[in-house]
Design a protein around this ligand. Structure first.
Ligand SMILES: Cc1cc2nc3c(=O)[nH]c(=O)nc-3n(C[C@H](O)[C@H](O)[C@H](O)COP(=O)(O)OP(=O)(O)OC[C@H]3O[C@@H](n4cnc5c(N)ncnc54)[C@H](O)[C@@H]3O)c2cc1C
Length: 376
């Protein structure tokens, strides 16, 4: 075994605090010298893939390396709406995302409060006459359609995917940033002066480490934001048209999405910050500059939606990274430099169900049980 890992000293990020709690962290352990499968990135994608690899191949050595803590990227800062398909809609050969997501978490024993009561598309034109929602947001927002979907508790999803992986024998390392990969046989992951050899690698770093994934210049990292209100009473939720508990998102612009919390608070999200380079994501401060402006704008919009919200207080303000690739389609490809490296991510703003669904698929592809999809 190599020496005990040096925890990477990433600057403390100021992305705010989401309402979710991640209550699992792996015990520190020595870094391996060689593994069969290395997974880089401890969000939903990497955690689901790693757990599934061990579930299908318990004899293989599977290690997951996370630069900060599990869920530190988008997954611990997400809204937790689960939706079918992808940001680019249905794609050739994509299959049943929601069914696959539900089946995978059930088989892994992950209880993340999955609630598939449906979701509302809301818009400023073509609203249904019976729309329970009638909000003022540059025009009147009403329900235009109901789609399959719902919500999860993302903190539980991160924690329990990691716990499932740990139980199945995945070695999860936090504070380990992979700097580079040498494309030799076996592959060689580099972290500082240390090296870990791996037969196969999954890169699931989403909007970060784009040189590692080979996505620099091919996909755009962005930062998006959300707030949570203080709890509303059932009567207030009724007035807002939210007593059904269905999450919602606009189908026109300006974009607004949201969902109910178990406390009765409501999350509202909107806004994108552009960055030239993914490294700038780490410098974003939710209390300063463009992020603070966008948070103030969301608060103003929320307070203007309905008189019930005019003086509402907020309990959480936060944001996180997303990655947008060409046509908003997820990236699920072999790395340009090696067929033994798979790159998976770039779900734009719609990756909760998709990341787990495709993470499982990636594990099956790495084991030679399945091909990569047709849409790429
Ligand atoms: C505010 C917000 C709200 C959202 N709301 C929704 C929603 O309601 N519904 C929905 O479907 N989607 C939503 N999304 C998108 C969804 O959360 C993401 O698509 C999903 O979480 C992506 O998971 P991931 O595992 O691919 O990436 P991430 O969760 O970003 O994980 C990548 C991980 O890789 C690690 N990493 C990076 N570089 C390295 C390296 N070199 N070495 C080791 N580790 C590294 C990072 O620290 C990070 O933990 C939202 C996103 C945000 C930011």
């Amino acid at each position: 075994m190599a020496d005990a890992p040096q925890r990477s000293r990433a600057a403390k990020k100021r992305w705010g605090r989401s309402p979710w709690t991640i209550d699992f962290h792996p015990l520190p352990r020595s870094l391996p010298e060689q593994v069969d499968f290395a997974v880089v990135g401890g969000g939903f994608t990497g955690l689901a893939a790693a757990a599934w690899l061990r579930r299908l191949a318990p004899e293989k050595r599977v290690s997951l390396f996370e630069a900060e803590q599990i869920g530190a990227g988008a997954s611990g800062n997400t809204g937790g709406m689960v939706l079918a398909e992808s940001s680019a809609g249905d794609l050739p050969g994509l299959g049943d995302v929601l069914g696959g997501f539900g089946g995978t978490i059930a088989e892994l024993g992950v209880d993340c409060d999955l609630d598939l009561r449906g979701a509302w598309e809301i818009g400023r034109r073509g609203g249904r006459k019976d729309s329970p929602i009638s909000w003022s947001d540059s025009a009147t927002l009403r329900v235009v359609n109901e789609v399959a979907g719902g919500a999860v508790d993302p903190g539980k999803l991160v924690s329990q995917l990691a716990r499932a992986g740990d139980r199945l024998g995945v070695h999860i390392y936090e504070g380990i940033r992979i700097d580079d990969i040498a494309f030799q046989n076996p592959l060689c992951l580099k972290l500082g002066a240390k090296e870990i050899r791996a037969e196969n690698v999954l890169i699931a770093t989403n909007a970060q480490s784009l040189e590692l994934s080979g996505l620099a210049g091919r996909a755009e990292p962005k930062f998006t934001l959300a707030v949570a209100t203080e709890p509303l009473t059932p009567a207030q939720l009724e007035v807002l048209g939210l007593s059904s508990g269905k999450p919602f998102y606009t189908v026109d612009l300006p974009y607004l999405w949201g969902r109910l919390l178990p406390t009765g608070g409501v999350i509202f999200g909107s806004g994108l910050i552009d960055v030239e380079n993914w490294r700038e994501l780490a410098d974003i401060d939710i209390d300063a500059g463009r992020a603070a402006e966008l948070i103030a704008r969301i608060e103003r919009r929320v307070r203007g939606l309905d008189p019930v919200l005019k003086s509402i207080g907020f309990t959480h303000w936060w944001g996180g990274p997303i990655l947008i690739a060409e046509d908003w389609s997820p990236v699920f490809v072999h790395h340009r430099r090696s067929d033994r490296v798979i790159v998976l991510g770039a779900y734009a703003g719609q990756g909760v169900a998709l990341s787990v669904y495709l993470g499982r698929w990636a594990a099956e592809a790495m084991l030679g049980l399945r091909q990569l999809p047709d849409w790429v």
